[in-house]
Design a protein around this ligand. Structure first.
Ligand SMILES: Nc1nc2c(ncn2[C@@H]2O[C@H](COP(=O)(O)OP(=O)(O)OP(=O)(O)O)[C@@H](O)[C@H]2O)c(=O)[nH]1
Ligand SMILES: [Mg+2]
Length: 425
C-alpha cells in the first residue's frame, strides 16, 4: 500500500468579512469539489437573502443563521489533498462575538492563513487572532491580502498592508522573514487555485501552492500522552466518547490513562478501549491526530470539556499556583493584584487570580520589580492562582500544554506561558 501523506490542519482566521469563507469556498470550487449546479443554487440562495457575493462563503457557512446574516458563527471543516499533505481546512469566524470558536479552531491547527481585506488593512480581530495563534502554538503563518480586486490589484496597496502586518508580526513574536504574504481575490479567484493574470508584479505562490510550502507539522510523539477534551458525546452502541486533538505522545488501545481533573477533581483512571478518527477504528493515534475515544471505566458523568486524558504513568499535574510570562495585549485600563479573569488553557476555561506581580518590562524596555499594575504592551512575570482545578504544564516540561489566553468581557486581554508551577495536594 502506498504510504499515506501526512495530515496537516490549516486554520483560516482574521477580522470579520475579510473573506475567509469566500477564499476557502473558491478553493473548493476551483479545485473541482463543488459543481456548477451547486454553485448556481448557492448564488440563488444568497440573492434571496440579499447577500449577493456570499455564494462562495455559503460553501462553508451551512447554518441557517450564518447564511441569513452573512457571518460565520461556528467552525467548518473541508478536506483537500495536495502533493505533500492531506489537508484539513478549518474555517474560523472573524466576528468578535465568536472568538471562542476561533480559539477552538486555532487549538486544532498546525498552520494558519491570516486573511486581511486589502481595502481595510489591519483590524481589531487581525491583531487578536494573531496573538491567539501564537498562544495556541501555531508556528507557521501565511498572510493572505484579499480583495485585491477592490484596490485595482495595486502593488502599492499590497505593500502598505504588508508593512503594517510586518510590525504586528514582530510585536506578537513571529519572524516576519518566515511569513509569506499572498496577494489574492477570493471572490474573483485570483491566486487561490489559479494564477492571476491581473498582478504581473506578484511572484509569490497561490493559496493552493502555499499549503505545500508550510513546513511539515512537528509531531511531539516523544512527550507523555496528553489529549485535552474538546467535547463529549454519547454514541449508541459505543458509550461515552470524548473527542479532541492529541497534543503530545502516542495513544494505544489498552493504554492505561487518567482523566484530569475529571469530575472528582483528583483524576479518574481508565483504559483506552477504542480510538476512532474519520469513522475508522485505529489501533493507535499520535500527536496531531483529532480523535474520539472510548475509555473503560470512564462514563459520561466523569469527563467534560477541559479535562485532559493523560498517560497514567506520567500524568500532568493539577496546579495550586503557577508563575507565568504574560503579555498584555488589549485591556481597557490596567491590571493589578487581585484581578481574576478567565484563563483559556488548551480546552479548559478556568478563572484565575493574579496574586503577585513579580516584575515587568514596559514597551520602552524599562524593567520594574513588584510593579503596582500592568498595562497594554507590558511583558510581565506574574504569580497566578487558579480558582478551580486546572491542568497545566511548564514550558520546559511540555510547551504544548503551557500556553494560555486571558479573556475578559468578551475580548482577549493578554496571553502567556507557564514557567513554574506548584502541584495541588
Ligand atoms: N470584492 C471582493 N469581495 C470579497 C472578496 N472576498 C470576500 N468578499 C466579500 O466579503 C464579504 C464577506 O466574505 P466572507 O467570506 O463571508 O468573509 P469571512 O472572513 O468568512 O467573514 P466571517 O467568517 O463572518 O468573519 C462577502 O460579501 C464577500 O463577497 C474578494 O476577494 N473581493
Ligand atoms: Mg466566514
Amino acid at each position: 500500500m502506498a504510504k499515506e501523506l501526512p495530515n496537516m490542519n490549516v486554520v483560516f482566521v482574521g477580522h470579520v468579512d475579510a473573506g475567509k469563507s469566500t477564499t476557502v469556498g473558491r478553493l473548493m470550487f476551483d479545485g473541482g469539489a463543488v459543481s456548477e449546479q451547486e454553485m448556481a443554487k448557492l448564488k440563488e440562495e444568497a440573492a434571496k437573502h440579499g447577500k449577493q457575493g456570499f455564494e462562495f462563503a455559503y460553501i462553508m457557512d451551512n447554518i441557517k443563521e450564518e447564511r441569513e446574516r452573512g457571518v460565520t458563527i461556528d467552525l467548518a471543516y473541508k478536506k483537500l489533498m495536495t502533493q505533500k499533505y492531506q489537508i484539513t481546512i478549518i474555517d474560523a469566524p472573524g466576528h468578535r462575538d465568536f472568538v471562542k470558536n476561533m480559539i477552538t479552531g486555532a487549538s486544532q491547527a498546525d498552520s494558519a492563513f491570516l486573511v486581511i481585506a486589502a481595502p481595510s488593512g489591519v483590524q481589531p480581530q487581525t491583531t487578536e487572532h494573531l496573538w491567539l495563534l501564537r498562544t495556541m502554538g501555531v508556528s507557521a503563518v501565511a498572510v493572505a491580502v484579499n480583495k485585491m480586486d477592490e484596490v485595482e490589484y495595486s502593488e502599492e496597496k499590497f505593500n502598505a498592508v504588508k508593512e503594517d502586518v510586518t510590525k504586528l508580526l514582530k510585536q506578537v513574536g513571529y519572524n516576519p522573514e518566515e511569513v509569506p504574504f499572498l496577494a489574492i481575490s477570493g471572490l474573483q479567484g485570483d491566486n487561490v487555485v489559479n494564477k492571476s493574470d491581473k498582478m504581473a508584479w506578484y511572484k509569490g505562490p497561490t493559496v493552493k501552492e502555499q499549503f505545500d510550502l508550510f513546513p511539515a507539522p512537528e509531531r511531539p510523539v516523544d512527550l507523555p500522552m496528553r489529549m485535552p477534551v474538546q467535547d463529549v458525546y454519547e454514541i449508541t452502541g459505543i458509550g461515552t466518547v470524548p473527542v479532541g486533538k492529541i497534543e503530545t505522545g502516542v495513544m494505544k488501545q489498552g493504554h492505561k490513562v487518567i482523566v484530569l481533573p475529571g469530575r472528582s477533581g483528583k483524576g479518574i483512571e481508565g483504559e483506552i478501549k477504542t480510538i476512532e478518527a474519520h469513522h475508522e477504528t485505529l489501533p493507535e493515534a499520535e500527536a496531531g491526530d483529532n480523535v474520539g475515544v472510548n475509555i473503560r471505566g470512564v462514563g459520561k458523568k466523569d469527563i467534560a470539556r477541559g479535562d485532559v486524558i493523560c498517560d497514567a504513568e506520567k500524568p500532568a499535574k493539577i496546579v495550586d499556583e503557577f508563575v507565568a510570562q504574560v503579555a498584555v495585549i488589549a485591556h481597557p485600563s490596567v491590571l493589578a493584584k487581585g484581578y481574576t479573569p478567565v484563563f483559556h488553557v488548551h480546552t479548559a476555561q478556568v478563572p484565575c487570580q493574579f496574586v503577585e506581580l513579580i516584575e515587568k518590562t514596559s514597551p520602552d524596555g524599562t524593567k520594574q520589580e513588584n510593579p503596582d499594575f500592568l498595562k497594554n504592551g507590558d511583558l510581565a512575570k506574574v504569580r497566578i492562582k487558579p480558582m478551580g482545578n486546572l491542568v497545566l504544564e511548564t514550558q520546559a516540561d511540555n510547551p504544548h500544554m503551557a500556553r494560555f489566553a486571558i479573556r475578559d468581557a468578551g475580548a482577549t486581554v493578554a496571553a502567556g506561558v507557564c514557567v513554574e508551577l506548584t502541584e495541588k495536594k
